[in-house]
Design a protein around this ligand. Structure first.
Ligand code: NIG
Ligand code: FE
Length: 419
């Protein structure tokens, strides 16, 4: 086992509390301008000033009778690896033609109603072999890693029948085993109503409740269940039933809530104490209050608003009302083909008025809370995985300052350089 000693860094990290960071805590970042940290066996064992860390280094080196390997980071800023808590990064083809239709004025939901959108990805995923699906998705994850994402949630939801949903979840599990990233799998059979159930959609909800959820739970192949609660997709009542059943079979729950219309999705997320409510472009004040009361993480996807040409979610109101805010790419072939967390952070700062510190907490620690990974990742603290990014700059603000480029020198996962 090697001891790695990273020194001469400007270290910026959130600090894990009892709950996700909300209100003024959303901006709390520990900083060491001449910082360093120690990594053993892929985990952080100490972080702080050179003097403090050298003390634990001496103790560890003596105890283990090993010479530490030293890395001089040349004064660069170091932040925790990004945690991307909302992606649909398991698909088999892009949908560029649909993007052109949207640019020409067709709405996202109209395209879905006409059998395109998510349903077109369903056709591709159903006909792809498991290997093809894996290879396509692995390329997506490689790009996200290059942009600093060291932990990623990936949803199923382009299968919409039991066999194909399970195929997607097996591919997502394999992504976790065969890429450097930590991958959190979410079952999203409730992503759309498949074409074969269009005339009798309630039977699809029944299939979700009686066949798909029990099968997913039995195979222990997903950690969360997500529902697209939206006009013409799943109603609040259907979503409630699906989320209750998911809980009952042992999955944690999250929701796509109030993305296009305010159906009361955020209120439902608060009611069922979901880990997170995501999108929230149309969330009402009452919905935001429900998130704050329920300690539900508001996962915001500014690159989706940008790609759909919609106003951004009301992040400032959420922070003022005490709802913890996280950021994610939403990487998917339709509403938002975005692989870059730096771009998301930069949109959050420039478009939603978050401070760089608030955005950093949103893209790391609060994102980890949204996917139940807050004990493992999301900050540089003793005991957590040594996942970090060496920035090409002096502070996290460089992510917004160098908007549209990649101000990253290197990306590290479990103490190993991976990009
Ligand atoms: O988060 N809103 C629903 N699901 C995705 C889009 C999926 C797709 O268009 O393929 C989203 O925006
Ligand atoms: Fe989504």
């Amino acid at each position: 086992m090697t001891i790695k000693f990273f020194r001469n860094a400007r270290v910026y990290t959130p600090r894990t509390g009892e709950t996700p960071a909300s209100g003024t805590a959303q901006a709390h970042i520990d900083q060491w301008p001449k910082g360093c940290f120690l990594v053993m066996n892929g985990r952080v064992t100490a972080v702080g000033t050179e003097r403090d860390v050298r003390e634990s280094l001496a103790a560890e080196a003596l105890r283990m009778d090993r010479e530490p390997k030293e890395y001089d980071l040349d004064g660069a800023a170091v932040i925790p690896g990004f945690v991307d808590p909302h992606t649909h990064a398991c698909f088999a083809a892009k949908r560029e033609e649909e993007f052109s239709m949207r640019l020409a004025g067709k709405s996202y939901l109209d395209i879905l109603r006409a059998g395109g959108g998510i349903l077109s990805s369903v056709r591709h995923v159903r006909s792809a072999s498991e290997d093809e699906l894996f290879r396509f998705s692995r390329r997506l994850l490689e790009t996200t890693l290059h942009y600093g994402t060291t932990t990623i949630e990936v949803k199923s939801g382009y299968g919409l029948n039991t066999d194909t949903e399970l195929k997607m979840l097996r591919v997502i599990r394999r992504l976790g085993l065969e890429t450097p990233q930590s991958v959190v799998p979410t079952f999203m059979g409730a992503h759309a109503v498949p074409e074969e159930y269009r005339s009798h959609p309630d039977d699809y909800t029944a299939l979700l409740l009686n066949e798909m959820l029990p099968a997913v739970a039995w195979q222990h192949i997903a950690r969360f269940c997500d529902v697209f609660c939206e006009e013409g997709v799943f109603s609040v009542e259907q979503s409630r039933a699906i989320l209750h059943k998911a809980r009952e079979v042992g999955l944690r729950v999250k929701m796509h809530a109030d993305e296009v219309h305010d159906l009361g999705g955020a209120a439902l997320a608060g009611e069922v104490r979901a880990a997170s409510a995501e999108h929230l472009l149309a969330a009402s004040d009452a919905g935001i209050d429900a998130l704050a009361r329920g300690g539900v993480v508001a996962v915001l996807l500014p690159a989706t608003a940008y790609s759909l040409k919609k106003p951004f979610a009301r992040a400032r109101t959420m922070i003022e009302k005490g709802a913890p805010v996280a950021l994610a790419t939403d990487l998917n072939p339709g509403s938002c083909f975005c692989e870059s967390m730096p771009f998301v952070v930069s949109l959050a700062v420039m478009g939603m008025d978050l401070t760089p510190e608030e955005a950093l907490v949103g893209a790391t620690l609060n994102a980890a809370w949204a996917i139940g990974m807050e004990r493992e990742v999301g900050s540089l603290e003793p005991g957590k995985l040594a996942d970090f990014i060496v920035l090409d700059g002096e502070s996290p603000a460089v992510l917004a300052y160098a908007s549209g480029s990649r101000p990253i020198r290197s990306v590290w996962k479990r103490g190993e350089k991976v990009a």
